[in-house]
Design a protein around this ligand. Structure first.
Ligand code: IVH
Length: 695
């Protein structure tokens, strides 16, 4: 859709446009604040807001009751306690150009009636791309932490914020009676990249950028998860304060430092618009080298008495402005669309681009995410596209810019075979990702698979880890699982191993011993080691118990892969086996080279039959009070209750001090908040399953 310039709109068009923008912005807010997975880039979102503001300025009579300019965010989700900000958490006006900074300074001077030639200090500091948070200290002790929410009411994230190392739970030195410290929770780029790797290994969707990862991590109902996320905090402001904050903002920043908070070191004092513009350019040049993401520089008048005189207009202070960096966009052409296979077998389409400079960095590839993304934007080889780096680590394709031209190539067809190993690819219902089913034989995945195979829960082979597995693959000593058990009996291979870095005689002897010790292996560990999707420890045990022996399991799986209805029904009847697992098993065993890899490995081993299930005796749940809330993913309510009772628990209906565990499913309501308030331990469905798996 082409947009009319604001100046060209008549009243009816403006009304319609304001309605559209209100809806689009509300939807974007919801995705950002509540789902922590926005679908607009910052630049696109800012553009919607600027357009809305410009139309409202031209047609003040048309400003809607629900106008987005009245709101800073979206209301909090119900599962967290609410916190009312006695001093609202507001937002900042944006400036994009030196002229707008000139205007800002002129506005401030005019408002304060400054005489010609008088200069004021401005503190200019990076605008951190994270999410704002308010930390309330009473007598120096952190008593509450809250998100911004809609600016007036935020969410109580105290338990989560206490896990952030940069946030002192007690202020150092002399602390005021009350001080709400405000600042930004963020994640460093490198930590974000590691987190996304872990997400993908665990089969979870990666986060689009560090800010989303921070939001998702801070808004975890389970603070143990937050504690494992590498969140950080920069302090840059205050809310309620007793005694009031006075003097200069720059002095306040020093006080924050003295209290043990972290203040951004790249702060400067500027006295003219020219100095501010130069400082912003300098920070902009530093931007790619910073360990965290910033999206501009905030200029704030230093003297607090002047801040108070200037006050606020709408939802933003008159005494500050965000001088943003331009969205880093460029146009180029798609040479080709290729497919990358990740370590977990996910196929990611990539646009191979004619190299182009985007904000100082040469870009020649951009992710196309998945099949649906390509379809939605109809991206084809040969197209001219707009790409951007705006904050995101991997360049994105925004849109095709010459779709109207003649002689366009055909729509892109997503491959049905893995480009690396030619196995079939599989896309489960409800998922967007196609995955290669050749897990054990696909060179792209083999290192990951073999690491899982030798890992603690599977074959548990000491001396082989993240570093050694790729080393052995590289040396040609490992290709597929069976090789692991051939190695210790092959003199030539052992000699070759001895020549590799870090492999002395003692280490080799120990490795040989530890491999030989695993030649006899329980069935569930064998199954787990194959790395079939959805076969974690719980499901591997389920399968082992359901079939009893390796040969029975293997026969069953081959029947399943051949579409045998009886076998399907049998597996479907097994308690807690669902469609996702059945689909993954069928896809895996439908690939002849997977079956061969399984057989080759089995030929090296003695696989122990699974013991028949015993009844629960010393269950960790025995005598405990358990409550369920929300929608569970694999268990129905009746089954969950029966299962808890089978393991000796009592199942209650409302949360109280006597509750031992609250099992929280999707869309959990007030119970989760109540449990949090009472300090009752909340666990996920997965954790509940694990608690009830020991028999
Ligand atoms: S001052 C009264 N300083 O930017 C407004 N905000 O666009 C106080 N932000 O909600 C905000 N770095 O989340 C300020 N150095 C900085 C900042 C900063 C990032 C965020 C903050 C705010 C948003 C406004």
């Amino acid at each position: 859709m082409t947009e009319l310039a604001v100046d060209a709109l008549d009243e009816a068009a403006a009304r319609a446009e304001l309605e559209r923008l209100a809806r689009a912005i509300a939807e974007a807010d919801r995705r950002y604040y509540q789902d922590a997975r926005p679908d607009l880039t910052d630049a696109q979102y800012d553009e919607l807001r600027r357009r809305n503001q410009a139309i409202e300025q031209r047609f003040p009579a048309l400003v809607r009751a629900d106008s987005p300019s009245h709101r800073v965010g979206a209301p909090p989700v119900t599962a967290f306690g609410k916190v009312v900000h006695t001093v609202p958490m507001l937002s900042l006006d944006n400036a994009m150009t030196p002229e707008e900074i000139d205007e800002f300074v002129a506005r401030v001077r005019r408002f304060l009636k400054r005489p010609e030639g008088a200069l004021d200090d401005f503190v200019c500091e990076p605008k951190i791309d994270g999410l704002s948070c308010s930390l309330r200290y009473e007598d120096g002790v952190l008593v509450r932490a809250a998100t911004r929410g809609d600016g007036t009411t935020g969410e109580d994230v105290t338990r989560n914020v206490r896990t952030i190392d940069d946030v002192p739970v007690r202020l150092h030195g002399q602390a005021p009676k009350v001080i709400e410290v405000r600042g930004e929770v963020y994640m460093e780029r490198a930590a974000f990249a590691r987190l996304n790797e872990e997400q993908e290994e665990a089969g979870e969707l990666p986060f689009a950028n560090p800010r989303n990862a921070s939001a998702g991590s801070l808004r975890q109902l389970d603070s143990r998860i937050t504690a494992r996320r590498p969140l950080r905090f920069f302090a840059y402001g205050w809310g309620e304060a007793d005694p009031p904050v006075a003097g200069r903002y720059s002095e306040f920043l020093e006080r924050l430092r003295g209290w043990g908070l972290v203040v951004n070191p790249l702060t400067a004092i500027c006295r003219t618009a020219e100095e501010m513009v130069a400082h912003q350019a300098k920070i902009g040049a530093e931007r790619p080298n910073l360990p965290y993401e910033i999206d501009g520089v905030v200029d704030k008048i230093d003297e607090i008495a002047l801040q108070e005189r200037l006050g606020f207009v709408g939802r933003a202070p008159r005494w500050a402005i965000a001088h943003k960096f331009p969205a880093e966009q460029a146009r180029t052409r798609v040479r080709d669309i290729t497919i990358q296979v990740g370590r977990t077998g996910a196929l990611t389409p990539v646009a191979e681009l004619e190299p182009v400079n985007v904000g100082g960095v040469t870009v020649s590839r951009a992710t196309l995410h998945n099949e649906d993304f390509i379809k939605a934007k109809d991206i084809r080889a040969g197209d001219q596209v707009l790409i951007q780096r705006a904050g995101d680590v991997i360049p994105q394709v925004v849109e095709v810019t010459d779709a109207e031209r003649t002689g366009r190539s055909d729509p892109y067809v997503f491959p049905r075979l893995c480009p690396i190993c030619q196995s079939h690819v599989d896309r489960l219902e409800g998922e967007v990702v196609w995955r290669c089913t050749g897990g054990l034989v696909c060179p792209a995945q083999v290192a990951g698979r073999l690491q899982l195979l030798v890992g603690r829960d599977a074959f548990d082979i000491e001396g082989l880890g993240k570093k050694q597995v790729p080393q052995l693959i590289e040396a040609g000593l490992l290709h597929q699982p069976a090789d692991l058990f051939v190695l210790p009996r092959n003199q030539e291979s052992l000699e070759k191993l001895g020549q590799l870095e870090g492999w002395g005689k003692r280490k080799i002897d120990n490795l040989v011993k530890s491999i030989e010790a695993r030649r006899t292996i329980p069935l569930h560990r064998f199954i787990l080691g194959l790395g079939i999707r959805f076969t974690g420890e719980v499901n591997a045990k389920l399968l082992a118990r359901a079939y009893g022996s390796f040969s029975a399991w293997r026969d069953g799986m081959l029947k399943l892969a051949a579409g045998d209805a009886e076998e399907l029904a049998r597996l479907d009847d097994v308690d807690r086996v669902g469609n996702a697992l059945i689909g993954a098993l069928a896809a895996f065993f439908a690939e002849p080279h997977n079956v061969k890899a399984v057989d080759d490995l089995a030929a090296q081993l003695t696989i122990e039959d699974a013991a028949a299930p015993a009844t629960a005796t010393t269950s960790p749940l025995s005598g405990k009070v358990v409550i369920f809330t929300g929608t569970l993913e694999t268990l129905g309510r009746a089954e969950a209750k029966a299962r808890a009772e089978r393991f000796g628990a009592k199942v209650g209906s409302s949360v109280s001090k006597n509750t031992d565990y609250l099992v929280v499913g999707a869309d959990a309501g007030s119970k989760a908040a109540k449990a949090q308030a009472l300090g009752v331990q909340t666990i996920t469905e997965q954790e509940f399953l694990e608690l009830t798996d020991r028999r």
